[in-house]
Design a protein around this ligand. Structure first.
Ligand code: G6P
Length: 570
């Protein structure tokens, strides 16, 4: 799972520019990176992208890659681009070739020599000595799995691009073309793009491009140019980390979302509301933080009298029986999570209606949906979802409010700023938790998904084992893990007496209880106006706590080890 960028321009450009565009996709993985140009030069490096590494030499055509390792360790040899035996073909690949082992054995028997342990290298060897376009249909017939591939030949200023499963888009700039995993890579250069469909192939030269549908043979395909608008990536401003900047943007981002839902997205909102009304039940499909937001969505819809469920995307097909009376709602920040896309592919063919909540416009999930809402959080750079989690929750609450869940959205978002008044207190608590081995986070009702979300944040960013649980389940097993000093965060909105009983139970067994509460009970005060605002604000407090623990431990907050923001493999 990775980010790929190809550039072919009329005038020579510096190799450093190619890496600068690649850096915009670093959230897809940051284990290693590399660049190949049409002069046959290839450079590979381990670690995060450093634009200066390629030097300022001039090039006409490049392909670049930033890697999140799947097959093969993080080494220079396994970094992309990969070449065939002759070195005249170079490729970059995002995806996974699922029948990699058998193809590798076959190619080995044919005499191919491999320089890496990757599945991707096989792609370059497949095309060795062949006409590229003629070999595309047999490639699609042979290679199983997901791939977005950019291929160049030494001495040719053209990029051959093809895809199945993994995303690929062509950006049309004034003096050339950029091919990339998504529009982020070129949104600073152009607002015009052509999106690849499944099983498509394109040849992109400096003076034009041609698309083909791969269907046993190549069939020319007419493509539409889409004009897109995207909030350009902002810098960290005065913040040390994107994560903190993005937490601090929550009040503004939430207002922007409500304004947009009431005005320019009104039609989309009405369309989703009518899809919900016409469905017998709603099934959310999502991963990670988006799944936790969906667990709140279920509860909001229930209060509006709508039956809803949420299924983790990677297990979707094992837990559902979808029929034409079901509305599937995909929730995804990136709109590119492969598990979500896979789940949607499975049901789309059966004519089931799909709605989505996404942050990145024109993403695959959005394009697969009959109706969609943009959560308008703006670009989120840090791997940890913060402002996007909050806006997903608010978008769901808003839809539920139109369906009958009585709630005043403006009064919910109006109090978010007060969380920041607790920052000094949160920082103090963080200091006491930096050496913890395990942290338990307990919630009930609306607070349960938040407990899970806080635990996920803690694991991702502080590397502390954390469990977010239904408070009522604790006594059925996990209670035996509570020892003298074990940190237990209890999420206690006003009036939740049951969670207070649980807090007493764990305190009685020696736990270090940290209350997140809207009453003065020590711990961290959440000045909420009700249960919805409490859940969002408790999540924000948990994000701040996570941030300060990780800072105390000196960890790489925006890019935690082994993770990536957008997970585009199964
Ligand atoms: C990755 C990210 C998580 C995110 C999850 C789902 O694992 O690190 O922060 O929640 O993907 O991503 P999505 O873009 O579908 O919301």
């Amino acid at each position: 799972m990775c980010g790929i960028v190809g550039m072919v321009f009329k005038n020579p450009f510096s190799a450093r520019d190619a890496l600068t565009s690649l850096k915009r996709l670093e959230y897809r993985g940051y284990d290693s990176f590399g660049i190949a140009d049409s002069n046959g030069r290839i450079q590979k490096f381990v670690g995060e992208i450093d634009e200066t590494k390629a030097g300022d030499r001039l090039v006409n055509t490049t392909i670049t890659h930033t890697r999140w390792a799947t097959h093969g360790n993080v080494t220079e040899a396994n970094a992309h681009p990969h070449t065939d035996c002759t070195g005249s073909i170079a490729i970059v690949h995002n995806g996974i070739i699922s029948n990699f082992s058998e193809i590798r054995e076959e190619m080995k028997a044919e005499g191919h020599r491999f320089a890496s342990e990757t599945d991707s290298e096989l792609i370059a060897h497949f095309f060795e000595g062949k006409n590229i376009a003629d070999s595309i249909p047999p490639f699609f017939a042979k290679f199983k799995g997901e791939y977005a591939v950019l291929l160049i030949k030494k001495g040719e200023d053209a990029i051959y691009a093809f895809k199945r499963g993994s995303p690929l888009v062509l950006g049309i700039a004034q003096d050339g073309y950029v091919l990339a995993s998504d529009i982020y890579a070129f949104s600073d250069r152009t607002g015009n793009a052509v999106f690849f469909n499944e099983d498509e192939f394109a040849v992109v030269g400096k003076n034009g491009y041609e698309f083909y549908k791969v269907n046993g043979k190549l069939e020319p395909s007419e493509k539409q140019v889409t004009a897109f608008k995207w909030m350009a990536e902002e810098t960290k401003k005065d913040y040390e980390h994107y994560m903190m900047k993005e937490i601090k943007e929550i009040p503004e981002a939430s207002r922007r979302l409500l304004d947009s839902l009431e005005a320019e997205q009104r039609e989309s909102v009405e369309s989703i509301v009518s899809l919900v009304r016409n469905a017998k039940r709603i099934v959310f499909v999502a991963s990670g933080s988006s799944y936790h937001a969906s667990l709140l969505g279920i509860q909001f819809l229930r209060r509006a009298g709508v039956e809803a469920h949420a299924i983790v995307a990677s297990e979707f097909k094992n837990f559902t029986l979808i029929d034409e009376n079901t509305l599937v709602v995909a929730v995804s920040q990136s709109g590119e999570t492969m598990d979500v896309i896979e789940a949607l592919h499975g049901i789309k063919a059966r004519g089931v209606k799909i709605a989505s909540l996404v942050n990145v416009p024109y993403s695959t999930v959005q394009r697969m949906s009959h109706s969609h809402i943009n959560i308008c959080a703006g670009q989120e750079v840090a791997v940890a979802a913060t402002k996007t989690f909050v806006n997903q929750v608010l978008a769901m609450a808003y839809i539920a409010s139109l369906l009958g869940y009585a709630m005043d959205m403006r009064s919910v978002t109006g109090v978010f700023n007060s969380v920041f008044a607790q920052e000094a207190r949160i920082k103090d608590v963080a200091k006491t938790l930096a050496t913890a081995r395990d942290i338990y986070v307990l919630g009930r009702g609306f607070s349960y998904p938040v407990a899970r979300e806080i635990a996920l944040k803690l694991k991702e960013i502080t590397y502390i084992h954390a469990e977010g649980m239904m408070a009522g389940e604790l006594k059925h097993g996990t209670l035996s893990l509570i020892e003298q000093g074990t940190p237990v965060i209890c999420l206690a909105p006003k009036g939740d007496n049951d969670i207070m009983s649980t807090a007493h139970e764990v305190a009685g067994r020696g736990a270090n209880v940290i209350m997140f509460s809207d009453e003065a009970r020590g711990g961290i005060k959440i000045d909420s106006t009700g249960k919805v605002s409490f859940s969002v604000m408790a999540a924000m407090a948990g994000q701040l706590l996570t941030y300060y623990i990780a800072r105390e431990k000196g960890l790489p907050i925006d890019k935690p080890r082994n993770l990536a923001k957008s997970v585009t493999v199964k």
